[in-house]
Design a protein around this ligand. Structure first.
Ligand SMILES: C[S@@+](CC[C@H](N)C(=O)[O-])C[C@H]1O[C@@H](n2cnc3c(N)ncnc32)[C@H](O)[C@@H]1O
Length: 599
């Protein structure tokens, strides 16, 4: 019988050296029954129920007798698998000990190969029980065998260890763990988002439900893309936030931020929230901003701010972010100085055109011809092709030329592109030729829309003058975008913009948005480590009317000269006063000249 019930044999025994394997072989050979094997191993390591059944015992002795296979270093993306190096796990445990953490029960919710468990065993002699969960059984086995090999080399473990090969989303914690006091939840949950899992067609997701209560389009697009660890964190807090203890989990900064943002809607009894930044590139080779999130559990007061420092200098607080009354801010101290400018933007910010098919819909000039992403020459009706700007084009005060063009299939959301058959037959043919790529667009927002539909399109997209900002850059720069060849310029969906009929309105708006007051406000409310620091929500908070009131014309002139910019039409102070008047009149609901500012 080849009874390989233990998975991934190479991972399992390949990581042990020959002398460890020999010691393990002897031990297993001496055990004449499953019960005897489990009791012997428990005495040595504290691990409960090391082998689940007789088949596991037979399988293990066969594996230990087999030749050492080559190690399997492959990483399966769906598990968000970034194992914490032992030195980092140890540094974290030492920091927690210095904070006065004396845990009785330690829970590692996704323990992997167990480096946090090794570090905790060394740092917290007070622990009576270490309770670990891990979905990949080869990791569970690697951990168990290493602990056993260590014990056989003369490092017996007295702490009880309970390891479960299970899915944290399904795992049922026993009452003795759920009710324990002095708990420490310690670890590093998976680094993967639900969107990435969607792409991998993985089922490593919590039960399908709209976890954050998002509505409509938000639930279908960006806002509903969350890290799996965010859900694990919320799940653990739901289970354990009333117990006395501490939680210390490594996670992306976005996860920490989202947790703090969600606190007013939650009833967690937690406090002393700290985010200690780590160098994720150094430890995990990952280009993300990550931190150790530390939270005190079972506190009497509820807190909704978070202090930020680094793991190397935990006491040097760099800033505090979170809720200040009704406002969510990135830097509490800085915000106090500019809170008067936190309000409501007078007009809706729009995002650029979304098509999710750049290879077909975006064109570039090559040797005098406009070609698509595959190099194919495109000769569709020019009235459906517009100049296009991307985030990287918006780095100056004024933008007057573009590198790319975009094909539009609609002028309004919901308009049926089949009418192109008649009005633009060459474009219709082109779309049919590329229907496969367009029909394959994954985002579910296209499902309810006519074939070849776009988003971010409407009358506003065809305004001649625009003020635009790149959503993805850390430094804010609001660009005045003038028409090219009398035609409005489009923005892509990484940008936000305002559209104007009138040059002066666009110019003064761009100038005010580049003022120091706006920069200071944005610095205090924007999280520059986010993937998309400038969002519609953030931009809608700029109280432009109050900024205009406090910004004299001379400041605008200074902004222009710093940008080496000269208005295309000569401007005077009275033009600026008229603009201010139009803005306030419009906000007050006046009829006056509001039409010029209608967006
Ligand atoms: C970022 S790694 C960290 C492992 C370990 N906590 C450490 O710090 O080294 C995430 C771990 O979560 C495990 N994992 C992923 N999805 C899981 C799930 N649904 N339930 C339990 N464990 C899971 C992965 O297999 C992986 O070992």
């Amino acid at each position: 019988m080849t009874a390989v019930v233990l998975p991934s044999a190479d991972m399992l025994v390949g990581s042990l050296d020959e002398s460890d394997r020999a010691r393990l072989r002897d031990l297993i050979a001496r055990c004449t029954s499953l019960r005897m094997a489990n009791q012997t191993i428990h005495r040595l390591t504290g691990i409960r129920e090391f082998l689940a059944d007789p088949l596991a015992l037979t399988s293990l002795s066969q594996l230990l007798a087999a030749p050492i296979p080559a190690p399997n270093a492959s990483i399966d993306r769906q598990w968000g698998d970034f194992q914490t190096p032992l030195p980092l796990a140890t540094q974290i445990c030492h920091y927690l000990a210095e904070l006065g953490t004396v845990p009785t029960v330690i829970i590692e919710p996704t323990c992997g190969v167990g480096n946090f468990i090794y570090a905790a065993l060394d740092t917290f002699p007070s622990a009576r029980l270490i309770y670990g969960i891990e979905i990949q059984d080869q990791y569970q086995w690697a951990l168990k065998l290493h602990l056993l090999a260590g014990a056989l080399k003369g490092k017996p473990i007295t702490t009880e260890i309970e390891l479960h090969q299970d899915d944290i989303f399904m795992h049922r914690f026993p009452a003795r763990v759920l009710r324990a006091e002095n708990i420490l939840i310690l670890g590093n949950p998976p680094w993967v988002t639900n969107a990435e899992l969607g792409g991998l067609e993985s089922r490593n997701l919590p039960v399908k439900r709209n976890i954050k209560g998002l509505s409509g389009l938000d639930a279908l697009t960006g806002k509903s893309n969350f890290d799996i660890s965010e859900y694990i964190l919320l799940h653990l807090l739901e289970l354990f936030s009333e117990r006395r203890g501490r939680l210390a989990l490594l996670c992306k900064n976005a996860v920490v931020r989202n947790l703090v943002k969600a606190l007013p809607q939650r009833k967690f009894k937690i406090g002393a929230i700290r985010s200690l930044e780590i160098d994720a590139r150094q430890y995990f080779g990952a280009a993300v901003e990550a931190s150790l999130l530390v939270i005190d559990l079972g506190t009497d007061t509820k807190e909704s701010t978070c202090r930020v420092s680094t793991l190397d200098r935990p006491d040097q607080i760099r800033r505090t972010f979170g809720w200040l009354g009704p406002s969510f801010v990135a830097d509490v101290k800085q915000y106090h100085a500019v809170s008067q400018f936190d309000g409501k933007f007078p007009w809706p910010w729009r995002h650029g055109v979304k098509h999710d098919c750049a290879a077909v819909m975006e064109l570039e000039e090559q040797q005098g011809c406009w070609t698509n992403g595959t190099g194919e020459k495109v000769t569709v009706e020019p009235e459906w092709v517009y100049w296009l700007l991307k985030s990287s084009d918006l780095r100056t005060f004024e933008v007057t030329h573009a590198r790319k063009k975009i094909i539009l299939t609609q002028r309004k959301l919901g308009e049926d592109p089949t009418s192109l058959q008649m009005v633009a037959p060459r474009l219709w043919q082109y779309l049919l030729q590329h229907a496969q790529e367009l029909d394959r667009r994954k985002s579910s927002i296209y499902r309810q829309q006519p074939r070849f539909a776009l988003f971010g399109i409407g009358d506003y997209a065809f305004k001649l003058y625009k003020v635009a900002i790149a959503g993805l850059y850390k430094e804010p720069c609001f660009s005045l975008v003038a028409p090219i060849g009398q035609r409005p310029v489009m923005l892509d969906d990484t940008c936000y913009y305002l559209g104007f009929d009138d040059y002066a309105d666009a110019l003064f708006t761009a100038s005010l948005l580049n003022s120091q007051s706006v920069k200071d406000l944005l610095q205090s409310i924007v999280f520059t480590d986010a993937k998309r620091p400038y969002t519609k929500d953030v931009l809608m908070r700029i109280a432009l009317d109050r900024i205009a009131e406090q910004t004299p014309y001379a400041i605008l002139q200074q902004i222009w000269s710093a940008a080496e910019f000269k208005p295309a039409v000569s401007m005077t102070e009275s033009d600026y006063l008229a603009y201010q008047y139009r803005m306030t009149d419009r906000q007050a609901g006046g009829g006056g000249q509001q039409m010029r500012l209608t967006l």
